[in-house]
Write a protein that binds this ligand. Structure first.
Ligand code: F6R
Length: 617
């Protein structure tokens, strides 16, 4: 949540700050701003609070070149405290104008600190919590403290997770960055002419592929000729840079109109990447060398709890169903924000697996930390290398889908589902509940998946016509059973987040217990009903919707010969073994949401009020 970029080098900083912000804009696009130390040594700040147009407008404003200077900080905001407007945009300057800061996180005790500062005569310009940091740092710098000491001192007064960058007129050559807790990372890099830091590695790639991830409780100073790390006591820390596997080209839209369409199109490759080095198609085996648990530990597991938020929670629900059915371990999926606070009974026989694309979600990280403290075994399945989540659990399985930029997650979900399927097979085999023949059978089915997904992607045109119909509805119902339920929930979530249509996902068997009261011509129902044992039950559910005048879109297997007699519209996905059906029904659900968003003239890459990484509760 919120994107930060900072530059200290030899070139004009303003356009480089704008470029850096473009790379992290997916983290928040409510506002954008930069502060540059100009040639006279003064701080010049320009900011825009124009919602999705903020960064473009800011870019036009600085393109004249009058903001000259070689050191600066920038910020894209996802609003937590205060309206989306110019005053509440970052960076925030201290009253004396000696300091400017950009902040990511929430300052939980900001009211108390603000009252204290107001009592000393400070007049606040914004409604944000972050502005208190600017004044706390500004006071210290004005009284002669170094910028680094001032940032450390200010951060010691605040409660809550924080990532902050600051510049000061007193030390015009440096930018200081600090990280406390898990409110988004700070990644640092340098080349021969500049040093940079950002919320995400992707913004550093035009400069270097060798990066340093700041740990919580660390401070960094960047200047044109170097980078220096410190702890909060001021002792210098030495850490080698690591070479990132992220690639700048891969994070561009290419020929696609949106990141979302690009990322959906990449799903066959994402699934392939999740199998690479793990599934051996020649011998029909699965290996997961990343899992460091001993055989005894694996055999002692008596319960698996998967946890995550949003799409990652739906992925975890799929994981619970495959782990239980293949590895025969009782498995559930729980929302991380619930798990972390409900004092669950966990012990060394419980395996808690956190699902997360960003590796930064505050609730998910807190849930896995809770599991660690309770003595449970912990695993993380994630996309973003280098993120905090890679350092918190007994094992980490990378999803390898490639960087996902669109706020609405698509390819990470499908690649994570594949990773979970591999994990289920791995656990089942280690526990001796499935034999080598069954593993071989599953692996040979998995080999078909990329081409099955490619076929499902061809449905684009027919789905576009359906999307035009869905535009007129204010309410949609998504139904599924078994492993199709998480797909139905995900279809509804996608529709809500990018098309802004109210959509509910429900277990189809639950309808008679309440939802039926809403059925009628005012609500369309999307049903996930591929051929499997639950299909006859889904047919009955469709008939119930039809009997009450509701329009039905059914996602079914290619050779279904019955469905046309009950549903209004049919989307046929490729025939495949039941284990793979959720993968192929997911695709049309994602495309349907994307096409509906376009038909309603919404920007699917920038859904209102949402951000890609949710680093605060
Ligand atoms: C929806 C979406 C979100 C995320 C959720 C968790 O399309 O992307 O629901 O899944 O915010 O984020 P991660 O996976 O980064 O932990």
């Amino acid at each position: 949540m919120c994107g930060i970029f900072a530059y200290a080098g030899t070139e004009n900083a303003a356009p480089l700050l704008i470029d850096g912000l473009r790379a992290v804009e997916y983290r928040g696009y409510d506002s954008a701003g930069i502060s540059v130390i100009d040639s006279s040594g003064a701080i010049k700040t320009i900011k825009r609070g124009d919602h999705k147009a903020s960064l473009e407008n800011l870019s036009s404003e600085v393109s004249g070149g009058e903001l000259a200077g070689v050191v600066g900080i920038g910020h894209t905001r996802w609003a937590t405290h205060g309206l989306v407007n110019q005053q509440n945009s970052h960076p925030h300057e201290s009253i004396s104008g000696v300091v400017s800061i950009a902040h990511n996180g929430i300052i939980e005790n900001f009211i108390e600190l603000k009252d204290e500062l107001v009592d000393t005569g400070v007049q606040f310009k914004s409604e944000t919590d972050s502005e208190v940091l600017a004044h706390l740092v500004g006071h210290s710098v004005a009284s002669g403290t170094s910028l680094r000491e001032a940032v450390i001192g200010a951060s010691s007064r605040i409660k809550g997770n924080t990532a902050v960058v600051a510049v000061s007129t007193a030390e015009p050559d440096i930018v200081v960055g600090l990280r406390i807790g898990n409110a988004g990372g700070i990644v640092v890099g340098k080349n021969d002419h500049a040093a940079v830091m950002a919320s995400d590695t992707i913004a550093l790639l035009p400069y270097t592929s060798e990066v340093i991830y700041l740990e919580p409780g660390e401070v960094v100073e960047i200047r044109k000729d170097g980078v220096q790390l410190f702890d909060l006591e001021g002792s210098s820390i030495s850490r080698d840079a690591v070479v990132t596997v992220q690639n700048f080209e891969a994070a561009q839209k290419g020929n696609h109109p949106h990141f979302m369409s690009k990322e959906i199109a990449e799903e066959p490759d994402a699934v392939q990447a999740a199998m690479r080095g793990r599934a051996d198609f020649a011998n029909g085996t699965i290996s997961l060398p990343e899992i460091s648990l001993t055989l005894d530990q694996i055999r002692s597991i008596d319960r698996v709890i998967l946890t995550g938020m949003g799409t990652s929670m739906h992925t975890g629900m799929f994981g619970a169903s495959v782990i239980e059915s293949i590895a025969r371990i009782p498995s559930v999926c729980e929302n991380s924000s619930e798990l972390r606070y409900r004092n669950p009974v966990l012990n060394s026989k419980t395996l808690v697996i956190a699902m997360t694309q960003s590796g930064e979600t505050a609730d998910t990280l807190a849930a896995i930390e809770y599991a660690r403290q309770a003595g449970a075994l912990q695993g993380v399945i994630l996309e973003m290398e280098g993120s905090q989540a890679t350092r918190v659990a007994d094992f980490t399985l990378g999803v390898k889908a490639g960087q996902e930029i669109c706020v609405a997650s698509t390819k990470t979900m499908i690649a994570s589902m594949m990773t979970l399927l591999e994990l289920a097979v791995f656990l089942g085999q280690a526990r001796g509940v499935i034999d080598a023949n069954r593993v071989k059978e599953i692996v040979s089915q998995m080999a078909e998946l990329p081409s099955l997904i490619s076929t499902a992607l061809d449905l684009n045109d027919e789905i576009t016509a359906l999307a035009d119909r869905l535009c007129k509805y204010e309410d949609l119902l998504y139904l599924g059973r078994g492993a199709q339920l998480p797909m139905a929930l995900e279809g509804a979530l996608k529709m809500k987040e990018i098309a802004y249509i109210h959509a509910e996902g429900n277990p189809a068997g639950e309808m008679k217990h309440g939802m039926n009261a809403l059925l009628g011509p005012g609500m369309a129902t999307i049903v996930c009903a591929p051929q499997n044992d639950l299909y006859p039950k889904m047919l009955s559910n469709i008939s119930e919707v039809k009997a009450r005048g509701g329009e039905v879109i059914a996602i079914v297997s290619e050779n279904d010969e019955t469905i046309e007699r009950v549903a209004d519209h049919v989307i046929r996905v490729p025939e495949c073994p039941e284990l793979l059906q959720p993968f192929v029904t997911l695709i049309p659900l994602q495309i349907l949401a994307y096409r509906t968003a376009l038909a309603l003239d919404r920007d699917p890459d920038k859904p209102r009020n949402l951000a890609k990484t949710v680093t605060v509760e």
